[in-house]
Write a protein that binds this ligand. Sequence first.
Ligand code: FDA
Length: 583
Amino acid sequence: MAATVETDVLVVGTGPAGSAAALSLARNGVNALVINKFGWTARTPRAHITNPRTMEVLHDLGVYDEALKHSFSKEFMGENTFCTSLAGLEVGRIRTWGTCPDQAHNYAIASPEENCDITQNYMEQVLIGSAAHAGAKVMFHTELLDYKQDSEGVSARLKNRLTGEEFAVLCKYLIGADGANSTVAKIADLPLEGVQGKEGSMNIVFDADLSRFVEHRPSVLYWIMQDGSDVGGLGMGVVRMVEPWNRWLAIWGYDLAAGQPDVDEAKAIKVVHNLIGDNSVPVSIDSISFWTVNEVYATKLSKGRVFCMGDAVHRHPPTKGLGSNTSIQDAFNLSWKISMVLKGQAGPGLLSSYSEERAPVAKQIVTGANRSISRFYEIMGALGLDKAETPDQMRKAMMSMGDDSEEGKTKRAALDKAIYGTRDVFDNPGIEIQHRYSSSAVADDGSEDPGYKGDPEVFVEQTTYPGARLPHAWITVNGIRQSLLYLCGGTKFTILTGVSGSGWIGAAKAVHDALGVQINVIQIGAMREVQDIYGEWSRVREIDESGAVVVRPDHHIAWRAQGWSADGPAALMDAMKAILSAE
Ligand code: FDA
């Protein structure tokens, strides 16, 4: 075996999770090596819906502008269409991704960002390129074979797939961001719940000018109900925009029990032509790949010095568009913790909060995404397609929605309801933005848990209760409007207080002197650099002007004090010691 490589952190995988982890670690000054067994990042579009919370994270990671260059705004995304083919009968539409007024305001209140469409091949390139630029070491054609860990570190066996040579990596921590067939999670024997491989599906990437079918109803997703579309996959065929309006991804299901079908170019063109509904459209096939609908989540995301993230620990269908988003957010949660432990600013106990905080998220998104598929069956049920056995019966069932009869009337009402019911497949500001953590990295402030008044997956209820993500509020910095979120984060803790909270400056300095942890104190108010000029912060902060909201590097609230008092410094010190597992 060749020489041994030493690094602080070995990241396996350059997908959204691994590349975001490498970038975040490198920006935190951590010596990280990231590997991918293939020669490059994802070549096919795969994930694309990028939610507001991920855009906030990209902002913090310094790649926001670069990512935006590869994005399409929500105006290209929203007219989700249900039809028999692009050229065929249109059954209904629903405005999505924050383009419908009844959800748009929920997004606008909760985040400075909007949904946008960034295909995974671009997202990974932005993240991994920036990670390398920030100092992460990146190796392609390099496969993790196995690893062992003990109390001192992890020893991994890697293979250079170009030369066949094996070599060892010694690291303090190992991150398994190696996707749905994770070797890292398998060796760690992480407890997995659910079913891997529920339905079969294929992705066909193709080029075709489809402007005339879609320009008047711009959307990233066109849902197709036709003969065979209910077999496997997502319950419907899908035509997904990759680049308006010439590059596309067709999704078509297959019966998993019958095995992966043989799909050559001619068969792929046939599938695409059926979905378009016009065989005369010139189509050029770029790639054909297969994947399965899964319902799997890990109930524990780490073991000792090994941490898993992304599809390695949560596997689910693309409905709700949460896979890549959650993977990036997992990385954002873990990286600052590893960095502080490596710098000696926190005890290793801080790292257990990763699993405590992100395992409930894994469960929530996996069950939510799978549950949402049933919404499509409700549409088919409303149309009577569930009882149709032949293409002719399907056509008749569809056409009868235009009948001037009691049956037609009932069908139209059921269809409206079913299509409106798909809102929670697409617009979930709650599940996207407002995870509230309960863990050892969050200190109790003695107040009562506010809970949720509405559906926590759908609505965002902003709060400064410890564990919540810091509420978004527009403030001004030297007169320029920006989100309060962007004053926090980076690699530091932040205290937000008011004009009468000057005492927190000394309290933060005492923490720095004792623990070596820097806490930025920002006083918000009149005659200060940062002003709550719209009064938005005072309406959501839930504490007195002299109080303190302590924000972690990942924008989540670590602790808060209702007001300033002589006990404030000692209380802050205790809270920080508990959060950081520091002595
Ligand atoms: P991912 O699988 O992307 O990456 C794994 C990495 O590990 C790869 O680089 C691989 O080469 C590497 N690797 C594996 N084993 C290795 C080994 N032994 N050694 C070295 N390297 C190894 N999500 C979303 O948020 N919004 C959306 O709109 C969609 N839409 C969507 C549509 C379709 C059709 C699909 C199939 C999926 C989506 N997703 C999605 C889901 C999304 O694609 C998925 O959740 C992410 O790719 C997961 O990212 P990870 O980084 O965890 O794994």
